[in-house]
Write a new protein. Sequence first.
Length: 114
Amino acid sequence: MPCIQTTVNIPLEKNQQQLLREKLGKAIAIIPGKSEQWLMLTFHTDCTMFFRGKSDEPMAFVEVKIFGKATDRSYDQLTKEICKIYQEVLGISLDHVYIKYEECSHWGWNGANF
């Protein structure tokens, strides 16, 4: 039950959203037991954001939420892959991407909890 929420200070074209969907769908499998089949994505675009006191460069804040736990190694690999994806698809510099991970022990879906 992963969810990846993306906040960026730039607009996203439909083709960029599609590329992110495809690439993030593959990347989430870095975490054992996670797949695109259960992945939910949200995109918050054109947001007012500041990094290092500036707002004139593209930037992203990415939140990855999963049901259960993952290893530090999985998170390290996923961070590398997510940064690469946002650089390739959106032109966001690696050092302008923050990623927050959250592990949840309760996750609701379809009227019940896991």
